[in-house]
Design a protein around this ligand. Sequence first.
Ligand code: FAD
Ligand code: MLT
Ligand code: ZN
Length: 509
Amino acid sequence: MLFSRQLARRPLIRAPRRWTHSPAALAGLKSVTEDDLVHFAHFLPPTSIVSTLSPSAAPSSELESFNNDWMNKYHGRSTTVLKPRTTEEVSKIVKWCNERRIGIVPQGGNTGLVGGSVPIRDELILSLSNMSKIRSFDDVSGILVADAGCVLQSLTDYLAPHNHIVPLDLGAKGSCQIGGNVSTNAGGLRLLRYGSLHGSVLGLEVVLPDGTILDQLTTLRKDNTGYDLKQLFIGAEGTLGIVTGVSILAAPAPQASNNVMLALPKFENVLPLYKETKRQLSEILSAFEFMDRTVYDLAVKHGQGRALNPEDVEGAECFVLVETSGGKREHDEQKLNSLLESLMEADVPLINTGVIATSPAQFSSLWAIREGLTEAVSKEGKAYKYDISVPLYKFQEVVDKTKNHLQEKGLLHEDAVKYVVGYGHVGDGNLHLNVVAAAYTPEIEAALEPFVYELVASYKGSISAEHGIGAMKTHALKYSKNETSIEWMKKIKALFDPNGIMNPGKVLP
Ligand code: FAD
Ligand code: MLT
Ligand code: ZN
């Protein structure tokens, strides 16, 4: 599914040399200079250097999309973007920056939702967009080796004729890159079936902060030879090195896929429905996605797919999208139909109604609603996005408590917070709590934080289920990690990156 980036046009301010408000992590780091550009030009072609400092200075507007995140919430002021074509070029850039103490922000598709992919100050942006070659694919083992800059959708397209799929799918697939997916340990819509990238990534090639190339790009299913270093880079958000190559286990393409959108009278039915769906569909269940009524209506309003007739969903409090993927169409359809029949015929039905896709177009249209939620929310206003792990039965409570809290603060109205919505990956225990405001304001932020983080901690949940920590949650890491864990994370960071050049100010407090 393609989606458009909604980056507002804003004038870029030229980076000043002195910084008044800069996190400690950036203290001591240097700005890129014209001399640095002269050095980079020795091994990079002019098309790989975009800089407002170079003799043929790029207009600042050319850097705009690199300096601003997808939500247009986080803004960097980098003067320079480099787009290396090979791992060796990445290594030379990193080595030079390390020697000169220049901060680097690795950037993939820039679809991250926690401000990790844009600079805090004027760090150099290293874009992987020119590294987009598929290195190999073995259709017996299903192992795919690709450059980190390959866009997720392009890998899906490449694998389709080979009857395989990437074991990862998300709404940003038209822009996000596999290196970015690995670096955020993205979860997405297929985790229920295929598990996390910690399992499906078999090997990585990483340029370490001193420029050394760490080649762990194995294509082995089994390899118990001591510490599994690659795991450290999965979810490191570019703070330990730059991922340049990925070896991943692709899954055999399902021979038959079905989906159905179900309307539920009340939230309390979601869990019994999930239990019953798992019991009846067992091995063919591949997704179970939840959305509350408000966010469903926003998706429909913004034209993200067409689902149920409005008169059929009167009184529905929430919706669930169920997908099956299996090997035999009749068998899977029979299972799904008997599930739906049993749901409708129960003495106390768990669902009001539902719509089952009967063509590939309808299948895509149902998914378009779910995948379009992020964009629909962003069209309504400025979203404070909390991506949390909490027990399933607490999903609605979190949304309600947040709404009540904002109401008590007098912030729940058109000019402040317009909507508080919840959606997410039920099977993964992952709720996306989105607070949609007219604008990002310190007052709303102060009302939400630490309120939301304390709520999550009270359920022993996680403040980041899949989007990461980035710049957004460094101060809140303590709500999900104890002091000892944070200390060890800091030691690991210092070991790999003693000069603190890799994505400074991200992840660690
Ligand atoms: P970027 O945004 O460019 O970077 C993300 C982080 O990784 C940054 O810290 C960056 O420095 C680092 N990084 C990027 N590339 C590299 C590299 N090669 N080496 C080292 N560090 C690197 N996320 C989910 O988990 N599940 C979802 O379902 C999901 N759906 C989304 C839907 C939409 C519409 C949008 C806009 C976002 C969604 N996201 C989701 C968030 C985001 O798409 C993912 O986090 C994605 O994995 C980021 O990939 P990217 O290439 O855009 O990385
Ligand atoms: C999703 O599940 O849709 C993504 O994680 C993005 C989001 O939270 O909006
Ligand atoms: Zn998600």
